[in-house]
Design a protein around this ligand. Structure first.
Ligand code: BES
Ligand code: ZN
Length: 462
């Protein structure tokens, strides 16, 4: 096939159908597929069906594959014999939209304002994932074929830890066989600086509940005579860090691969203005582990964060009680070569050893995934650079990121392939926050880059 002529036709198709793609994305964003909340189970299922239908209209046979949790949508086009095979991963589930009262327009009523599409999931990950579906549609509707083989695995449990995905990959090794994986679920380095992410932090997540008296007690009558679970939880949480921002869980840093001088230099060479960073986050100082820059802290150092705390009376006005229990949701971000399972155990022991008399502890291990760092010099990386240059009009910078995508480690471990993390979003898109959005310009550049990626990958040896 004449790939150059085909790419031109594909680009024309993308431009001509751009508005329809936005309308379709709005349709998907209207489905509140919140995987963390059981009340939305029907919506998550509906989102899977919607994605599956999209594959069918794009010209791929989509299939809904059940798991022990939410289903995986699988689709493939494998007519490019001898050419490389790319496996595209994305997720159709979204984070809870809370706090709802901070949204300018409701999270599941997608709205375009000032060149941005606002909705929960707009950038993370429905909008980004959708670029690949539409780029494939463009190839199939114009050239009638693709220059490479493409497979899609779109799941519905990424935001709750992808707990059923490894099993799917293990059971479907042959079906998922590929030369490289592609994920668009990260961010560019900045509004005019596209990026390829070559590393992600891993994660471990748990929920800890301290239980004391059998019910809330009058804090005047009984206070001081029994351990207060909320006070005790605060003590435990305070014990997690020293004054220099280091995590005090025993062994936490034992397996950490230190940053090389070269990598530190590379990070330092990226444009980074700390004053505007502080301003964009609304803080007057940055803080973190001593001895590291902000980018090093975010991309290559492990952390431990409380994500939420629940205890006692949180309604209006005062109320004097000793709460019966207190809960904290805790996650640690991990770097190579930390082991999520082992560190979950260390955290559990750390907390148990410090338990005050009269309290019990429930520790729920929610999920875990290791960090990943990919080969910077693979031929596929080169293809991704070309595709981004073509789609965005600017060459990408190479970055790591602090967020986690559990499947990236699984692709390496189970399928033996590297992942190209080609993020079209921005960290300023408010992902996981109120008023999440996706810049339409990033959506359209992402579509073009995806269309070019299939052509660029075809030039690489499988
Ligand atoms: N898209 C994000 C991950 C991300 C965002 C990476 C921005 C780099 C830059 C993804 O959907 C996500 O939020 N993952 C979770 C994973 C967890 C729940 C297992 C995360 O990182 O908190
Ligand atoms: Zn997310």
């Amino acid at each position: 096939m004449d790939v150059t002529a085909s790419v031109a036709a594909v680009e024309t198709y993308l431009t001509e159908h751009a508005d329809r793609f936005v309308d379709e994305l709005i349709d998907l964003l209207s489905i509140p597929s919140v995987s963390a909340q059981p009340a939305h189970a029907g919506d998550v299922q509906r989102a899977a069906e919607w994605v599956c239908d999209q594959f069918s209209s794009a010209g791929l046979a989509g299939e809904i594959i059940p798991t022990d949790g939410y289903p995986i949508v699988y689709a493939e086009w494998t007519g490019a014999e001898g050419a490389p095979t790319a496996l595209v991963y994305g997720h159709y589930d979204v984070q809870p939209p809370d706090p709802l009262d901070q949204w300018v327009t409701p999270p599941f009523e997608p709205t375009v304002r000032d060149g941005r599409l606002y909705a929960r999931g707009a950038t993370d990950d429905k909008g980004q994932m959708f670029t690949h579906v539409k780029a494939v549609e463009a190839w199939l509707k114009t050239a009638g074929r693709l220059p490479v083989n493409v497979k899609f695995v779109i799941e519905g449990e990424e935001e709750v830890g992808s707990n059923n995905l490894d099993r799917f990959l293990e059971d479907n090794r042959e079906r998922c066989r590929c030369d490289v994986a592609v994920i668009s679920d990260t961010s560019q380095y900045g509004p005019d600086t596209p990026a390829i992410t070559y590393g992600l932090r891993g994660i471990m997540a748990c929920e800890v509940t301290l239980k004391g008296p059998k019910q809330d007690l009058h804090s005047g009558v009984f206070g001081g005579s029994v351990a207060n679970p909320a006070n005790a939880l605060a003590r435990l949480i305070a014990a997690l860090h020293d004054d220099e921002g280091r995590v005090r869980i025993p062994g936490f840093y034992d397996d950490v691969v230190p940053l090389t001088d070269e990598e530190r230099r590379n990070f330092a060479n990226l444009p980074f203005d700390e004053a505007s960073y502080r301003e964009s986050l609304g803080v007057n100082e940055v803080f973190g582990e001593h001895g590291f820059t902000t980018l090093e802290r975010r991309w290559a150092r492990p952390t431990c964060d409380v994500n939420g705390m629940i205890s006692g009376y949180t309604g209006e006005g005062p109320k004097t009680i000793v709460p019966a229990q207190a809960t904290a949701k805790i996650t640690c971000r991990l770097v190579p070569d930390q082991d999520p399972k082992a560190l979950t155990g260390s955290l559990r022991s750390f907390l148990k050893e410090r338990l005050l008399p009269g309290l019990t502890i429930d520790f729920v291990d929610q999920h875990g995934a290791p960090a990943v760092v990919c080969d910077l010099h693979s031929p596929y990386m080169q293809a991704a650079r070309q595709a981004i240059q073509a789609g965005f009009g600017t060459p990408p910078v190479m970055i790591r990121e602090g967020g986690s995508i559990p499947v990236a480690g699984s692709f390496k471990e189970i399928l033996g392939v590297d992942t190209l993390l080609l993020g079209w979003g921005q960290n300023s898109d408010n992902l996981h926050s109120p008023n999440e959005s996706f810049r339409l310009v990033d959506f359209h550049h992402g579509l073009a880059a995806s269309a070019h990626l299939w052509a660029a990958l075809a030039e690489q040896q499988a």
